[in-house]
Write a protein that binds this ligand. Structure first.
Ligand SMILES: NC(=O)c1ccc[n+]([C@@H]2O[C@H](COP(=O)([O-])OP(=O)(O)OC[C@H]3O[C@@H](n4cnc5c(N)ncnc54)[C@H](OP(=O)(O)O)[C@@H]3O)[C@@H](O)[C@H]2O)c1
Length: 262
């Protein structure tokens, strides 16, 4: 399928690892010039160099801590200075820890809100005005199923993700008249460094081994396995393309059939 993405530009937050890295690589493979943002500059540089080498596309590394509004704004400016107008924003950087109401302090809540809710909102607020002026743009928010299937032992993530489901629909309605399409993507369990952390935190909470925790998570997935970052990136590349030109204002689960609700 020809996606028609060649020549576009994209910012992918959390593009050095896991789902974000796979999305950056997939878009670069389609001829998109990409800027990836994360904190660890060494890992980010290595990812950018590898993506550029593997795809022959431009991949710029912009280190920043996206919980910090000043660093976030500077990172977006650097991406624009390097690539010009940005056509596609993939909001993906998130790191909310597992935890129940009794063991999550204000600091955990504020850090999670600052990174995922405020980080996604700030990137969109900075980048969508120019997209709207040019009457073409895509915002993809990588969220998570806990937004509509809340879990007591992931209470911060559940609340933050629920707010992003709503944010996605409101932003989509605002931007639709200018052909800027906004979609949320809710991954189920996906094999990334974060998934390993989630499994070990969940195992500690449930008092069982990591293998038992992993098996319990997989038992909720109809396809009976954890997904891959590349399965997520294929969906995101499609949503970014003109083949998805009538999709906006919705949240899509990519979870191997793990969410069963109408
Ligand atoms: N994997 C899953 O099963 C799963 C399921 C549902 C939802 N999700 C969501 O999908 C997204 C990606 O998850 P993943 O599994 O790919 O995570 P991951 O493997 O942990 O990668 C996270 C990326 O975000 C960056 N990052 C973390 N904190 C940051 C900060 N303060 N500022 C800038 N960058 C930051 C990381 O780099 P640095 O550490 O160097 O900053 C890394 O590039 C997250 O929003 C997550 O909640 C994942």
């Amino acid at each position: 399928m020809e996606l028609g993405l060649a020549g576009k530009t994209a910012v992918i937050t959390g593009g050095s690892l896991g789902i974000g890295r796979a999305i950056a690589r997939e878009l670069a493979q389609e001829g998109v010039a990409v800027a990836i943002i994360a904190r660890d500059a060494g890992r980010l540089d290595a990812a950018a160099a590898e993506i550029a080498r593997e795809t022959n596309a431009r991949c710029v590394a912009v280190p920043a801590d996206l919980t910090d509004a000043g660093q976030l704004a500077a990172a977006i400016s650097k991406a624009q200075a390097a690539l010009g107008d940005i056509d596609i924003l993939v909001n993906n950087a998130g790191a909310t820890p597992m935890g129940r109401i009794g063991d999550t302090q204000d600091e955990t809540w504020m850090k999670s809100i600052n990174l995922k809710l405020m980080g996604y909102m700030r990137c969109a607020r900075l980048l969508t005005p120019a997209m709207r002026q040019r009457r073409w743009g895509r915002v993809i928010n990588i969220i998570g199923r806990s937004g509509h299937q809340p879990r007591p032992n992931y209470i911060t993530g559940s609340a933050v993700n629920a707010s992003l489901l709503s944010f996605t629909l409101a932003l989509a309605a605002e931007c639709a008249p200018d052909n800027v399409l906004v979609t949320g993507v809710n991954p189920g369990p996906i094999a990334t460094p974060r998934w390993d952390t989630v499994v070990s935190q969940g195992a500690a909470d449930m008092g069982r081994s990591a293998d038992a925790e992993n098996a319990a998570a997989i038992s909720t997935v109809a396809l009976g396995r954890v997904g891959t970052p590349e399965e997520c990136s294929g969906l995101v590349a499609f949503l970014c393309s003109d083949r998805a030109s009538f999709i906006t204002g919705t949240n899509i689960d990519i979870d191997g059939g793990g969410t069963r609700c109408i």
